[in-house]
Ligand binder design. Structure first.
Ligand code: GAR
Length: 229
């Protein structure tokens, strides 16, 4: 495990929109819940409100748009070079809504995390809220996973469940899931920053023990966070 005196984990965070998870990570670093430093925030969307959040926190930003490149391959190549130039210890996908190519995923293997608004392997892809409501599921949630070349694939580290209420709309449900994301993602990044969490090939270890299934974290009340699984 790393110690307080070790250099902070260096991060590059990729976003496309609001950046509420980015803000939660910025706050967790400020509160020393994550022993880390964000080197840069990269967005594929020049209008992403998350860019303002980064700038307010004094973090460097970079924008790279798909439309600026003749082919998707050129864009993917540029994105990899851009992020690689920072030489981050961890790449954090925080609402980055483009699929990364194999070169990117392989280059950052074991140090590329994503947050997804579902209890994976249920509901990969988009519109998880609509699909959960249509299916009348009683429970929804979020997952933090290492990224593989499969869409929303790769080994899941941790999940948090939230109840689906009778009168939920997509908005009310997403607000509840995002609340959980804002706690779960910093927690997992904090584990990684402390050297507690590792991923080699498709195998995850937490505190030196093989993690055979995702750690399930219940955020009932800040004072009584319950870990199981
Ligand atoms: C988050 O809820 C995240 O789970 C989702 O995008 C949102 C971004 O919000 N990601 C995906 O759907 C990836 N498949 P934010 O920009 O406010 O952090």
């Amino acid at each position: 495990m790393n110690h307080q005196s070790d250099p902070p984990l260096t991060l590059v965070v990729l976003i496309s929109n609001q950046g509420s998870n980015l803000q939660a990570i910025i706050d967790a670093i400020a509160n020393q819940e994550i022993h880390g430093k964000i080197l840069a925030v990269v967005s594929n969307n020049p209008d992403a409100p998350g860019l303002d959040k980064a700038q307010k926190a004094g973090i460097a930003t970079a924008v790279t748009e798909r439309s600026g490149f003749a082919t998707r391959k050129d864009f993917d190549h540029h994105l990899l070079q851009l992020v690689r130039a920072y030489d981050p210890g961890l790449v954090v996908l925080a609402g980055f809504m483009l699929i990364l190519d194999d070169n990117f995923v392989n280059h950052f293997h074991g140090r590329l995390l994503n947050v997804h608004p579902s209890l994976l392997p249920k509901y990969p892809g988009l519109n998880t809220y609509g699909r959960v409501l249509d299916a009348n599921d009683a429970v929804h949630g979020c997952s933090i996973h290492f990224v593989s070349s499969q869409l929303d694939g790769g080994p899941v580290v941790a999940q948090s469940e939230v109840p689906v209420r009778v009168n939920d709309s997509k908005d009310s449900l997403s607000a509840r899931v995002q609340d959980a994301e804002h706690k779960l993602y910093p927690m997992v990044i904090g584990w990684f920053a402390r050297g507690r969490l590792r991923c080699e090939h498709e195998t995850i270890t937490l505190d030196g023990k093989l993690l055979e299934k995702p750690r399930v974290i219940a955020f009932t009340d800040p004072a009584e966070t319950v870990e199981s699984g």
